[in-house]
Design a binder for this molecule. Sequence first.
Ligand SMILES: *Cc1c(COP(=O)(O)O)cnc(C)c1O
Length: 390
Amino acid sequence: MEKLIVNNYGSFDVVLKKGKGSTLYATNGRRYIDFVSGIGVNCLGHNYKPLVKAISSQVKKQIHISNYYFSDTGLDFANKLLSLTGYEGAYLGNSGAEANEAAIKLARKYGQLNGGSNRKTIVTLESSFHGRTLATLTATGQTKFHPECFEPYPSGFKTIKANDFECLDSAFDDTTAALFIECVQGEGGVNILNKEWVQAAAAAARKAGAIVMVDEVQTGIGRTGTLLASSTFDIDAEVVTLAKGIAGGVPMGVCLFKGKANKVFVAGDHQSTFAGNPLACAAGCVVLDTVSDKNFLDEVVKKGEYIRNTIKSWEIPFVKEVRGKGLMIGIQLDSSVKPFDVEVECLNQGLCTTVAGSDVVRFLPPLNISYKEIDEGLAIFEYVLEGFCK
Ligand SMILES: *Cc1c(COP(=O)(O)O)cnc(C)c1O
C-alpha cells in the first residue's frame, strides 16, 4: 500500500471497503465501530440514504459547472446556510485550509481598507490548528507544525496564550487585522476555551479596530450540539469558517462573513476552480436540513453526555479528564499511557479512535450514531483501557 499512496499519514494497515451507519467493514472481513467519522467529516455516518439519494440524483444533473455561472443547487445551499447561520455572505471552497486561507485574505484586505498597510496581523492562539497550507500552518500555534524544511513561512501572524487575561492588554493594536480562534480546539487536544476569556479577547480585538474570526472547521455543523459552536460563546464573530462535516463526506469548505467583514471581497479577489460545485452543494443541503433540526441537535448533546459520563464511571486511574462538547470528546491520559498506544489497541479490538494534542484520545463519531453502536464502541474502549491498567 505504501508504494501506491504517499505515506504522509502513517496510515494503519487496514483496508476499509464500506460502511453502514457508524460501522465500517474491512477487506479482512472485520468490522469496526466508527468513533472517528473520517475526522468529523461523515457527520451523518456511512451510506445514509437521503445523502446517497441526493448525491446520486445530482450526478445525473451536473457535477461541476465552474464559477462562471450559478447553479440552482449552489444557490439553494447558500440560501439555506446563510438563513440558518445569520451570515450575510459566503465564499465556498474545497477544504478547511482553503476556507481559512479565504478568511486570512479577507482579514488582510479588511485591514487595508480600515487603517492602511500596517493593519495586517492575524492573532491566533497557542495549541490551535488551522490547516496545512503555508499561511494556515503559520497561523497554527504549535511549533511542531513549523519545521525548518518548509521555511520561509509568511509573516503577519502573532500567537497569544488562550485563557490568559493578562496577555490581552498588549495583544492587539492598530496593526491587528483579526483575532482568529477555535472556540473548542480540536487537534490541540479538545480544549474548551473559557467563555469569559473569549468574550474579553473579542472585545479587546474590536476595541483595537480588528475583526473576530472563528475557525469552526471541526466544531461547526452540529458537532458540539449547536449548528455553530461560536453561538454559545456570544461573540458574534464577523467571520466563521467551516469544512469537515459540512457536506457529509464530499469535500467542501466555507468562509462566512457579515457586518464589517461583509462586502470586503469583490469579484476577482478570491476564487477556486472546484469551489462550491453542485455535487458538494447537493450533499451540503441534506446535511444542513438534517443537522439544523432541534431534536437532532439535542440528541447530539445527550449522546455526548452519555459517552462522557459512562467513561467517567469506570474510574480508570490513568484517565486525567474526560471533556468535550456535544460529540467532540477528549479523554486526557496521564503520562503513564500514550494515547497512540490506546488508538492502536482500540483498532485491534474493532474500534476506530483518534488522538489530539500530546495526551488526548479523541472521539468524533457520526452525529447520528445509534446508542447500540455507542455501547458497542464503549465496551471495546473499556476493555482496552482496563488492559492498560494491568
Ligand atoms: C481539520 C481542520 C482544519 C484543516 O482542514 P482541511 O480540510 O484538512 O484543510 C482547519 N482547522 C481546523 C480547526 C480543523 O480541525
